[in-house]
Design a protein around this ligand. Structure first.
Ligand code: NAD
Ligand code: DAU
Length: 386
């Protein structure tokens, strides 16, 4: 399928009515992908209830849930709790009252994991362990006849656990070779889920999602950073030669695939969630500048990310066999993302406040000072899409 075509097969319905999961605990639900999941599930108005547990780190934003909180029908099925997934006193009672946990909570930015790894391990490893222990408590309550079934836990993981893939496509059974503190913590978290499924019979599933983009994406990441910098005519810091390749996945497709696996996936299994646009970073930047009507001269070639993974690409056959297809082409998703950032300047300026300037100076100060203008390479003839 080319990036310009729409998916031929519509996914089967995932209505809560056909599923035992009617009250969900969504951890990290105030972040980019988690908030999309919450908005989409509650916006379907099928009776599903959601409790969000979120620590509100620099990346968590209650405003991402405003559409839900400002709608009386959805607000009645929604509760927000500020707290840490690594805190058993907070997690235990919430897990006790839910049918399933969808764990989005994580420190999610690779560059920050290179600057300060510790928080990545605390949330990504200890936090997941606390969630799993709470599930084990509920399994004990099932044995005592205190509840009908134990909760299912879905761990949201990433293609980065496979490490850099020079050629071919990573499959779920491949060896994991994470290469950054971020991806090492993600690998540890999902391995804990699998180990609890094997050892204690915990009902656990894992998804490995591809590079995600769309509205509400924190401006620290490539696409929103370059959109917001370009809108302000600031330099666009492209790492190394800019030929690293990612497979882009629209945020509502990622959130929808996660819900599909939650409701239809088999316990103990892992499912890749690929995107539908395998492109080198330079090509993504060229397309963004075209949509924004800004010149390539904004692009600076800067010092590379240490240990920078060259390429990620996953095989999606297992998810397809479960009945899921992505719906959003890269052309449409990118145009909608640019439009959203243009229309929501107050949101992204607020995200670029507080600790932003200190982070930006630390990550980019020396890089941009030592950077150079970058010649634009010939545009890719046709993107390698599946
Ligand atoms: P994000 O950084 O936008 O959101 C993370 C959310 O988790 C924030 O709301 C934050 O406040 C919350 N959080 C962090 N630590 C917490 C803790 N200890 N307790 C409770 N809440 C906490 O991240 P995102 O891009 O939405 O990613 C969500 C998940 O998806 C992550 O697990 C990430 O590893 C995974 N993932 C992301 C992508 C991507 O491209 N963004 C792709 C594949 C997988
Ligand atoms: O692949 C899934 C992963 O995608 C998720 O697990 C992570 O949570 C998410 O952050 C993302 O990781 P990446 O490191 O791939 O995304 P990021 O947007 O940081 O970078 C995308 C590419 O762009 C990567 O090759 C690095 C490059 N880049 C990034 C930034 C922020 C630049 O060239 N310049 C930049 O300033």
């Amino acid at each position: 399928m080319s990036a310009g075509e729409t998916a031929p097969v519509a996914p089967p319905p995932t209505a809560a009515t056909s599923s035992p999961f009617t009250h969900l605990l969504v951890t990290g639900g105030a972040g980019f992908i988690g908030s999309c999941f919450v908005r989409d599930v509650l916006g379907r108005r099928d009776g599903t209830r959601i409790t969000v547990l979120d620590k509100l780190t620099y990346a968590g934003n209650r405003a991402n849930l405003a559409a839900v909180e400002n709608d009386p029908e959805q607000a009645a099925r929604f509760r927000f709790v500020q707290g840490d997934i690594a805190d058993p006193a907070v997690v235990g009672p919430l897990v006790a009252e839910t049918d399933a946990i969808v764990n989005f909570a994580a420190e999610s930015h690779v560059d920050r994991s290179i600057l300060d790894p510790e928080a990545f391990l605390r949330t990504g490893v200890i936090g997941v362990h606390v969630l799993l222990e709470a599930c084990r408590e509920e399994q004990a309550r099932v044995e005592l006849g205190e509840r009908a079934r134990a909760p299912r836990v879905l761990q949201v993981s990433t293609d980065e656990v496979y490490g850099s893939k020079d050629a071919g496509y990573s499959r779920e059974g491949d060896v994991l070779e994470p290469r950054s503190p971020y991806s090492a913590a993600k690998a540890a978290g999902e391995q804990l889920v699998r180990s609890y499924a094997v050892t204690y019979g915990t009902d656990g599933v894992v998804t490995r999602g591809s590079n995600t983009y769309g509205p509400f994406h924190h401006p620290e990441k490539l696409i929103p950073l370059f959109i917001t910098n370009a809108l302000d005519d600031l330099p666009l810091p492209l790492y190394g030669d800019g030929m690293q390749q990612r497979d882009w996945l629209y945020v509502s497709d990622h959130a929808g695939a996660i819900e599909h696996v939650l409701r239809h996936g088999a316990s103990g299994e892992t499912y890749n969630i690929p995107g539908n646009a395998e492109l080198p970073n330079r090509e993504v930047v060229a397309r963004l500048l075209e949509l924004l009507d800004k010149p390539w001269s904004l692009v600076r070639s800067v010092a590379d990310r240490p240990g920078h993974d060259r390429r990620y690409a996953m095989d999606g056959a297992k998810l397809h066999a479960l009945g899921w297809r992505n719906r959003t082409t890269f052309e449409r998703g990118l145009a909608e993302t640019v439009d959203w950032f243009r229309a929501n300047e107050a949101w992204w300026r607020a995200s670029r406040s507080g600790e932003w300037d200190a982070y930006y100076a630390r990550q980019y100060g020396t890089r941009i000072a030592g950077g150079s203008a970058m010649a634009q390479v010939a545009r890719a003839e046709s993107p390698n899409t599946r």
